[in-house]
Design a protein around this ligand. Structure first.
Ligand SMILES: Nc1ncnc2c1ncn2[C@@H]1O[C@H](COP(=O)(O)OP(=O)(O)O)[C@@H](O)[C@H]1O
Ligand SMILES: [Mg+2]
Length: 199
């Protein structure tokens, strides 16, 4: 018996025992040819990244199969969404995890605590449909920036303390972190200027 465990804007997530099926159904509000391209592209990206990460120590679900179009099956991670349990105690682990991901040449591009699952004593990353391969400081900085905004809005009470620890662990783990962190300052400045423009 399978059950639906997630039904977001883009994907339906079904669990059947130890297996999860992630399906990107047709979105009728998009032009058909664009919809088809997006669904295929995101499915393929996710598969590519899951496969690449399975050869590293970065905790992710195990890839099982895909139709190369709209469906991926992967292992079910028993545990909790980090979103429901996050405190500053997870910060160091997140910083190391992101540095390792960037070292592997991957930018996640949708870093939130809903895309992290605490399972088997470790934080696992999921949801790689927007991910891409890049080692550019700008792309890495944007990844960090998105996470900062997500933490600030969903985990406000833990934000300042955890962010310091995330960045410290990231800097210790990624040798070329200086370039990323100075980029991050520029990205954040850009964000502040945009905000001011709106006021
Ligand atoms: N491999 C998995 N193991 C356990 N739960 C999962 C797994 N993949 C997805 N989920 C659950 O489904 C939710 C949505 O999956 P996700 O891949 O993030 O898709 P979406 O693009 O809809 O955000 C996740 O937040 C998580 O709760
Ligand atoms: Mg998600």
């Amino acid at each position: 018996m399978s059950e639906i465990i997630g039904n977001g804007a883009e994907a339906v997530i079904e669990r059947d025992g130890l297996v999860v099926l992630k399906r990107r159904p047709v979105k009728a509000y998009r032009l058909a040819f664009i919809d088809e391209r997006l669904r295929t592209q995101r499915t393929r990206r996710e598969v590519k990244v899951l496969k690449k990460l399975s050869s590293t120590n970065i905790p992710v679900p195990r890839f099982i199969s895909s139709d190369d179009k709209e469906c991926i099956s992967m292992s079910f991670l028993e545990g909790q969404k980090l979103r429901d349990i996050f405190t500053f105690e997870h910060a160091k682990e997140i910083g190391v995890l992101l540095a390792e991901l960037h070292k592997a040449g991957i930018v996640h591009a949708d870093l939130t605590t809903s895309n992290m699952i605490y399972s088997n004593g470790k934080i696992h990353l999921i949801d790689f449909g927007l991910s891409f391969f890049s080692e550019k400081p700008e792309d890495r900085a944007c990844d960090l920036h998105l996470l900062a905004r997500a933490l600030e809005s969903k985990h406000h009470e833990h934000f300042s303390r955890s962010w310091k620890d995330i960045i410290a662990a990231y800097a210790q783990t990624l040798p070329e972190s200086d370039a990323v962190l100075s980029r991050l300052e520029k990205v954040e400045q850009r964000g502040r200027n945009k905000q001011k423009g709106k006021e």
